[in-house]
Design a protein around this ligand. Structure first.
Ligand SMILES: NC(=O)c1ccc[n+]([C@@H]2O[C@H](COP(=O)([O-])OP(=O)(O)OC[C@H]3O[C@@H](n4cnc5c(N)ncnc54)[C@H](OP(=O)(O)O)[C@@H]3O)[C@@H](O)[C@H]2O)c1
Length: 326
C-alpha cells in the first residue's frame, strides 16, 4: 500500500515511516522545511526505492495548493496526519499560529485528500491534551469524558478532532486517534523526558554541573513508548471504525518524579536535583491518565514497552548525540 505522512520529519514521523516500510509499504512524506529531512536519511539509505529522498515533499499544511500537489504526487491509500504545532508553551506564546496550523492545517489536509483521493482513509492525530482539566476529575480518561482543554494547543487539537469527525460524517473516511504523552529517541529536548535524558547525558560527558534541572515533580502523566504509539496508529488505520475516536495510552499514572528517579538510576554518575521556577508550568493540569480499552478491544493494540526500557533508549540516543556533538 501507499501511505503519506504529514510531519514525517518530526519526532513520531520517522518511527511511523519505519514501521510502515518494515511492513513492506511505500511511504511518502510532507515536511515544512528541507532541514527536517535529516532524521529520515537512515530510512532513505535502508529502504532505497521504496523511500527515496524524492518521496519527501516540501509543503506547508497552511498552503492548500501545495497539499493538493503532495497528495496527487503520493497517490496514497492512506494518510497519517501528524503535522502541527506540538509544544504547549509555544501555543501559549502564539495561540493564533497554533490554531491556524492545527485546525486550518488539518482541514486543508482533509480537503486535499477529499479532492484528489476521496477513497483514501485518513488517520487524524489529535491529543490527550484535548481532555485538559477533565484529567484532574477522572482518574482514567475514556473517550466519553468531555473535552476541557486548558491550553491553546489543547483547544486547537480538540477543534481539529471535531472537524475530522464532521468530515467523516460528510462522506470522508477518517479515524481519530488521541495519543497521550509519548517519548523515545528523536524527541526534541523541549519535552520533559527528553530534556531530562539530554541533561543526564551532558552531565555524564562533563558538559554541565551534576545538577538536573526540573519543574514540578508531582505532575502525573501517562507515558507510552513512541514505537507503541505508531503501532497504534497503524492498527487504528487498518481496523479502527470510521469516524470513531480512540485514546492511545498506557494507562500508567507516572509522576514526573518517577521519570527523574529512573534516569538517575540509569546515570553513570551521581546527580543532584534542582527545582527551577522557569521549568514549572503554571497552567498545567495535575494529572492526565487515559484508558485505551476502546482501541484495545477494537484492534487488539496494546502498548508493550516498559517505561524503564523507553527511558534507557532515550538516554542512549542522547549519549550518542552528545558523543557525536550534534
Ligand atoms: N509527542 C507527544 O507526546 C504527543 C502527544 C499527543 C499528541 N501528539 C501529536 O502527535 C503528532 C506528532 O507529534 P510529534 O511529537 O512528532 O511532534 P513534532 O516532533 O513537533 O512533529 C510535528 C511536525 O509537524 C511539522 N509542522 C509544523 N507546522 C507545520 C506546517 N505548517 N506545515 C507542515 N508541517 C508542519 C513540524 O515541522 P517543523 O519541524 O518545521 O516545525 C514537525 O516536523 C502531532 O500532531 C502532536 O500534536 C504528540
Amino acid at each position: 500500500m501507499r501511505f503519506l505522512i504529514t510531519g514525517i520529519g518530526g519526532f513520531a514521523g520517522p518511527h511511523l515511516a519505519r514501521a510502515l516500510l518494515d511492513a513492506g509499504h511505500t511511504v511518502h512524506g510532507v515536511v515544512r522545511r528541507r532541514g527536517s529531512m535529516r532524521a529520515l536519511e537512515p530510512l532513505h539509505m535502508q529502504f532505497g526505492e521504496r523511500f527515496p529522498s524524492g518521496a519527501v515533499i516540501t509543503a506547508d499544511v497552511l498552503d492548500p495548493r501545495a497539499l493538493l500537489g503532495a497528495v496527487a504526487e503520493a497517490r496514497p491509500d492512506g494518510v497519517f496526519h501528524l503535522a502541527g504545532v506540538t509544544y504547549v508553551p509555544a501555543s501559549e506564546t502564539d495561540p493564533l499560529a497554533a490554531h491556524r496550523t492545527n485546525f486550518f492545517g488539518s482541514l486543508n489536509v482533509l480537503r486535499a485528500v477529499g479532492e484528489v483521493r476521496p477513497e483514501c482513509r485518513v488517520l487524524f492525530v489529535g491529543s490527550g491534551d484535548a481532555y485538559g482539566a477533565a484529567g484532574n476529575e477522572f482518574s482514567m480518561i475514556s473517550e466519553e469524558v468531555p473535552l476541557q482543554p486548558v491550553s491553546p494547543y489543547g483547544v486547537s487539537k480538540a477543534a481539529a478532532d471535531l472537524a475530522a469527525f464532521q468530515w467523516h460524517w460528510a462522506g470522508g473516511n477518517v479515524v481519530r486517534a488521541r495519543p497521550f504523552n509519548h517519548t523515545g529517541p528523536g524527541q526534541d529536548s523541549r519535552f520533559v523526558c527528553s530534556s531530562f535524558a539530554r541533561q543526564v547525558a551532558e552531565i555524564e560527558a562533563g558538559q554541565r554541573p551534576a545538577v538536573l534541572e526540573v519543574g514540578n515533580l508531582d505532575v502525573i502523566r501517562d507515558f507510552t513508548d513512541v514505537e507503541d504509539i505508531v503501532a497504534g496508529y497503524v492498527a487504528l488505520w487498518e481496523r479502527g471504525e470510521g469516524g470513531e475516536v480512540y485514546n492511545l495510552c498506557s494507562g500508567r499514572a507516572v509522576p514526573i518524579r518517577t521519570v527523574v528517579d529512573e534516569l538517575r538510576a540509569q546515570a553513570r554518575s551521581a546527580i543532584e536535583i534542582r527545582v527551577t521556577e522557569v521549568r514549572r508550568r503554571p497552567n498545567e493540569v495535575r494529572r492526565l491518565v487515559g484508558t485505551a480499552a476502546r482501541a484495545q478491544s477494537k484492534t487488539g493494540w496494546r502498548p508493550a514497552r516498559p517505561l524503564a526500557e523507553t527511558l534507557a533508549r532515550l538516554l542512549g540516543y542522547w549519549r550518542e548525540r552528545v558523543r557525536a556533538k550534534v
